[in-house]
Design a protein around this ligand. Structure first.
Ligand code: FES
Length: 192
């Protein structure tokens, strides 16, 4: 029987190595969303999350993503599971006011933070502008876009078209609605 330790190899070292590789990949990923640090816990844990101004309870394992909790425990299904690595932008939510990918944020890392999902933006000007400018087709990417636009405009209320295009390049639409999305955001900047 082989002895991994005697060969200079251990499971801990392997896991540490894969973690470093994942971190290196994350650093090179162009998605502009924030990274949130995660506390260390053992096994399933009950947590409280502040979502859209309400405290909601969930039971999570250390590996459970925020997206999993939102969709499968809290019945908040606007954020979508398109890309596990967050590269589609479909799972965009706000954490403490900044855009983050719920698919790459561990639920434990969101404890103590203010989480905002697209469900809380129903009366916001952004979804209204999307409707006025016909900025969705199948709509699967739309909640992520709406949250990303809200975060972008909060920071860049007078953005130019070029800045809008650059600011939203972390969100992908398979239906190709980009032109109308940009027009919707331009209309919001112009206030019409
Ligand atoms: S409207 Fe279908 S993916 Fe964007």
């Amino acid at each position: 029987m082989s002895n991994h330790h005697s060969q200079g190899f251990s499971r801990r070292a392997f896991l540490g190595g894969t973690g470093a590789a994942a971190a290196a990949t994350a650093v090179t990923n162009k998605v502009a969303a924030q990274q949130v640090s995660t506390p260390v816990v053992d096994g399933p844990t009950s947590i409280d999350l502040n979502v859209n101004g309400k405290v909601m309870s969930a039971k999570v394992e250390p590996r459970t993503t925020l997206l999993d909790v939102l969709r499968n425990q809290l019945d908040l299904t606007a954020a979508k599971p398109v890309s596990a690595d967050g590269s589609s932008g479909a799972s965009t939510v706000l954490i403490d006011g900044k855009p983050a990918m719920a698919s790459t944020t561990l639920a434990l890392a969101a404890v103590g933070k203010q989480i905002t999902t697209c469900e809380s933006l129903l009366d916001d000007d952004v979804p209204k502008a999307f409707v006025q400018h016909d900025a969705q087709q199948c709509g699967f990417c739309t909640p992520g876009f709406v949250v990303a636009v809200r975060a972008f405009l909060n920071k860049n209320p007078n953005a130019t078209e070029e800045e809008i295009r650059a600011g939203l390049n972390g969100n992908i639409c398979r239906c190709g609605t980009y032109a109308n999305v940009i027009q919707a955001v331009i209309s919001l900047v112009k206030g019409n």
